[in-house]
Ligand binder design. Structure first.
Ligand code: ADP
Ligand code: MG
Length: 240
């Protein structure tokens, strides 16, 4: 579903990604971890074309992300992305947040968009909050709305960039539970997170990055039980 081949990227003279390669099969979950500044956000953003790259290639469901002819907005519409800071539209109600892109990007009618949005809002346990505004919700609730909003677009895969790291500890689990449910339903997911309990529960593979390079790309249990590199061992020792 997602095939990253030898991707390198520079910000000016600074090389932020170094020949990164990994793939996520349809229905699989990959967790990406590594120290702050190692390039995790940049890598995940290259997948939906939010960050251009200078070398290598990324194929998403048969479409080359880097090719000139590729319609990036169309590709982005097929990939759900959830960020650390929720990024809901503050001036729109929860229901309007859920329907806007369905109407504007997918051309759905108001009624269909609303039905679809509320279906996913129910799924994240927030149907009763549909008329509230984002500021009236807790961080955990806002992030669940953001996930529902992405799902309402019928994505072929979901990209998560540290979806729980801006949350108070008591709200982390409610978001992780939604993500575990998604994974168990067979959603293809790339998840940047340091929630290693989540990784062990649902990820088939763990990718460990350091200084722009993928140092490990291994089955989840192997990463925890026998990390191959010194840097991954140090990293695990610090976060677990
Ligand atoms: P991570 O998500 O692993 O913390 P990032 O992908 O955000 O890492 O950043 C990787 C490196 O690239 C960091 O050194 C960061 O300072 C740098 N970086 C990120 N975005 C930019 C940018 N727009 N311009 C220049 N440097 C950037
Ligand atoms: Mg980041």
């Amino acid at each position: 579903m997602i095939d990253i081949n030898n991707v390198s990227k520079w910000f000016g003279a600074f090389q932020v990604l170094r020949e990164c390669s990994t793939r996520v099969e349809k229905g699989a979950v990959t967790v990406i971890c590594g120290p702050s500044g190692s390039g995790k956000s940049t890598l995940i953003k290259t997948v939906n074309g939010l960050e251009p790259f200078q070398q290598g290639d990324i194929i998403v469901d048969g479409t080359s992300v880097g090719a000139q002819a590729t319609d990036l907005p169309a590709l982005r519409a097929r990939l759900g992305m959830v960020f650390q800071n929720f990024e809901l539209f503050p001036h729109l109600s929860v229901r309007q947040n859920l329907t806007l892109a369905q109407i504007k990007v997918l051309g759905r009618g108001e009624e269909e968009a609303s039905a679809r949005g509320l279906l996913y809002l129910d799924r994240v346990g927030l149907l009763a909050q549909q008329d509230k505004f984002p500021a009236q919700l807790s961080g955990g609730q806002q992030q669940r709305v953001a996930i529902a909003r992405a799902l309402a677009m019928d994505p072929i895969a979901m990209l998560f960039d540290e979806p729980t790291s801006a949350l108070d500890p008591e709200m982390i689990n409610e978001v992780l539970e939604v993500m575990v449910g998604l994974a168990q339903d067979g959603m293809t997911m790339m998840v940047v997170t340091h929630e290693m309990g989540f990784a062990r529960k649902v990820a088939q593979r763990v990718v460990f990055m350091d200084q722009g390079a993928i140092l490990e790309d291994v089955p989840t249990e192997e990463f925890f039980q026998a990390p191959r590199t010194e840097r991954a061992r140090d990293f695990l020792a610090r976060i677990i």
